[in-house]
Design a binder for this molecule. Structure first.
Ligand code: CU
Length: 159
């Protein structure tokens, strides 16, 4: 019994001293959200993520909707499809781009139009290599549908 208490005190001490060392610092650049047309219920958020240490993006949340998922777009039997992924790896020092046609954050269940000129708050849920969770807050400006070339994020999401 005594040993258990001592060892948990030790691990508590270790936990308290670790965060400054193990904290992965995640930098977010060029975040944006694709504007929607009236009635459209889903849109994508895009950005470039770079972490100082190995980390993972586990998910995201937004005040815009309770349904926010991490998606990947990839060719499957010659058809471009998107699917939900559990996480996106953020290798130390490597820029990971969330972009149309690739990884993106999907905001579903929209009940109002997301208009150009507004902005969307997004909280990224990050886990570092030590298993610690961190939140990174992002304010993403809304850009027009056709502001970026490439794969359009058209409806037909199947939800
Ligand atoms: Cu998607």
């Amino acid at each position: 019994m005594k040993r258990t208490i001592v060892s948990s005190l030790f691990s508590l001490a270790a936990m308290l001293s670790l965060p400054t060392l193990a904290q992965a610092e995640v930098t977010v650049s060029d975040p944006w959200v694709r504007a929607t047309v009236p009635g459209q219920q889903a849109t994508g958020a895009f950005m470039v993520l770079q972490s100082t240490d190995n980390a993972q993006l586990l998910g995201a949340s937004s005040s815009l909707s309770k349904q926010v998922e991490v998606h990947e777009m990839a060719m499957e039997n010659d058809v471009m499809r998107m699917r939900q992924v559990e996480k996106i790896e953020l290798p130390a020092g490597k820029a990971v781009e969330l972009k149309p046609g690739g990884y993106h954050i999907m905001i579903l269940g929209l009940d109002k139009q997301v208009e150009t000129g507004s902005s969307v708050d997004i909280t990224l849920h990050i886990q570092n290599a030590a298993g610690q969770k961190e939140e990174v807050n992002v304010t993403a400006p809304v850009r027009a549908l056709n502001s970026k070339p490439g794969q359009a994020h058209k409806g037909g999401h199947g939800h």
